[in-house]
Design a protein around this ligand. Structure first.
Ligand code: GLU
Length: 293
């Protein structure tokens, strides 16, 4: 059937599934189901320096234990490097080698992008200075005021969004100094090649969306629709993440874990005493807010 909804959950296997990532997984699954869509799973192990052995299998097993089963084979980014290299080739001269170290970029004092990375000042745009060796490969973004520099999109949860690529991000890295392809390139290629129509994920990735939309345009890919769910924070107000030791899920209480994640999304499933009942309540509550009209 053409035009069918395809959604996905794309965890990085840097540790077990935790309460924060379950919220994103649950939202993406519910959205796919209420749109009679397909829900895919992708293991984002492109940053192999962060991969923890066994974490991918553990995440898939945890999702299964919570009745969350992907509708198709699981895609694994570390097996797809040739696809990212092919996309980089198609970008041609829009990508250029950069010899700047992190410190040199930080010292340029253009400030920090909202994701904490220093805004790149464009030092190597016109070619590497004599004696400088290529470290990374960067994508040239349009100059301030040029077409495409201001990226706008409507987020289904957060409403109208916009970002100026030149002044808020700068030319961004597609291939890292350690040779690994950057998340931004891999996610755009994979979403397109998996036919993803709807991205539902955590709001920590809101800031990456404009870069991804810009790359989709250059590569001739359609832009999916986006919905970013709020991030679960711990008692200190910090984002739950594997880095700050977010607690693993208690799989001896699957119903309670699902109810907690649903509650965080504002879905009332408190009346459920079985998982079957949970899914029916969660689906109706999500459909009432985000279902097809
Ligand atoms: N792999 C990313 C993460 O675990 C998610 C990427 C995405 O959903 O676009 O944070």
């Amino acid at each position: 059937m053409s035009g069918r909804y395809i959604g996905r959950f794309a965890p990085s296997p840097s540790g077990p599934l935790h309460a924060g990532s379950l919220v994103a997984a649950l939202a993406s699954l519910l959205d796919a189901r209420v749109h009679d869509g397909i829900w895919l799973l992708r293991i984002e192990d492109i940053d192999e320096t962060r991969t923890v052995a066994g974490a991918a299998e553990d995440i898939v097993a945890t999702l299964s234990a919570l009745d969350m089963h992907a509708d198709g084979p699981v895609l694994v980014q570390s097996q797809r490097r040739a696809r990212y290299a092919a996309a980089r080739e198609r970008l041609g001269a829009a990508v250029y080698p950069c010899g700047c170290s992190r410190k040199e970029i930080a010292d340029s004092r253009l400030g920090l992008a909202s994701d904490g990375a220093a805004i790149y000042p464009g030092t190597c745009r016109a070619g590497l200075a004599p004696g400088k060796l290529a470290r990374t490969q960067r994508l040239r973004v349009p100059d301030v005021g040029a077409p495409g520099e201001l990226v706008r999109f409507d987020d289904r949860w957060l409403g109208a969004q916009q970002q100026h690529l030149a002044s808020e991000v700068g030319d961004f890295v597609l291939q890292r100094a350690d040779g690994f392809w950057a998340y931004q390139l891999a996610v755009v290629v994979d979403d397109a090649e998996q036919g993803v129509t709807d991205v539902v994920r955590g709001a920590d990735l809101l800031d990456s969306t404009a870069r991804q939309i810009y790359l989709q345009g250059l590569l001739g890919y359609p832009t999916p629709s986006y919905l970013h769910v709020p991030l679960l924070a711990n008692a200190q107000g910090e984002k739950f993440s594997k880095q700050n030791g977010a607690q693993a899920l208690d799989l001896s209480r699957p119903l309670q874990e699902l109810q907690r994640a649903a509650g965080f999304l504002g879905l009332d499933t408190a009346a459920a005493t079985t998982r079957e009942h949970f899914w029916s309540l969660a689906l109706s509550a999500w459909a009432a807010r985000f279902g097809p009209r």
